[in-house]
Design a protein around this ligand. Structure first.
Ligand code: MG
Length: 203
């Protein structure tokens, strides 16, 4: 399986990192070795002094597809969750400055936290879904899928122009503003609307 990730899909987050608001999705990938095994703490890797949390809506593909039209994209996924795209921001900045790929900063072991999957039929509206991240009990990131520059269906259409989407592939759909560094012993809690969906500890 592959993990496709979208960068800068919320204008407020693009601005906080001084990036331009994109006219087409910014795409990168993580390998399956990036997935943080269930129940594990997130260990800050030794190569970074500034690993940041990015809470994101995550979608799992459950039907094989290529060149999927946006109007049919909803048929290609039935489960969603929240995840964290952990990012070694200092390393990413160095790579960006040199015009180099981001993988070392984005795709390292444990950098992909995934919450429990929920059937999307149980969600009232995927286009107007609030989510938030608490760090040590305080809300640090708050987003609404209504503010996505590219909707989930549009992302599936765009991605499938380039990559065959396979059953089990995962899409991280981008983070809203409020990204920040994590420190040892931080408790991260992920909320969908008012419900707590998952939590993890930083080590
Ligand atoms: Mg991200």
């Amino acid at each position: 399986m592959k993990i496709l990730c979208i960068g800068r899909n919320y204008a407020d987050h693009a601005k906080e990192l001084n990036n331009q608001v994109p006219t087409e999705p910014v795409v990168f990938m993580k390998p399956d070795s990036a997935i943080l095994p269930k129940g594990n703490a997130f260990f800050i890797p030794e190569f970074s002094e500034n690993v940041q949390h990015e809470i994101e809506l995550v979608v799992r593909i459950d039907r094989l597809g290529k060149h999927i039209e946006e109007r049919f994209a909803h048929r290609y996924y039935s489960e969603i969750t929240l995840g964290i795209d952990f990012t070694a921001r200092d390393l990413q900045q160095k790579l960006k400055d040199k015009g180099l790929p981001w993988e070392k900063a984005k795709a390292f072991d444990g950098s992909a936290f995934i919450g429990p999957w929920l059937n999307k039929e149980k969600i009232s509206s995927l286009e107007n879904l609030q989510f938030s991240l608490k760090k040590n009990g305080e809300i640090v990131q708050k987003g609404n899928t209504a503010d996505m520059l590219f909707s989930v269906d549009r992302l599936i259409a765009e991605l499938s122009k380039y990559f065959t989407l396979k059953i089990g592939d995962i899409i991280y759909t981008g983070t809203p503003a409020g990204v920040g560094a994590v420190a040892p012993n931080d408790l991260l809690e992920l909320f969908l609307e008012k419900e707590k969906l998952a939590q993890l500890r930083v080590k």
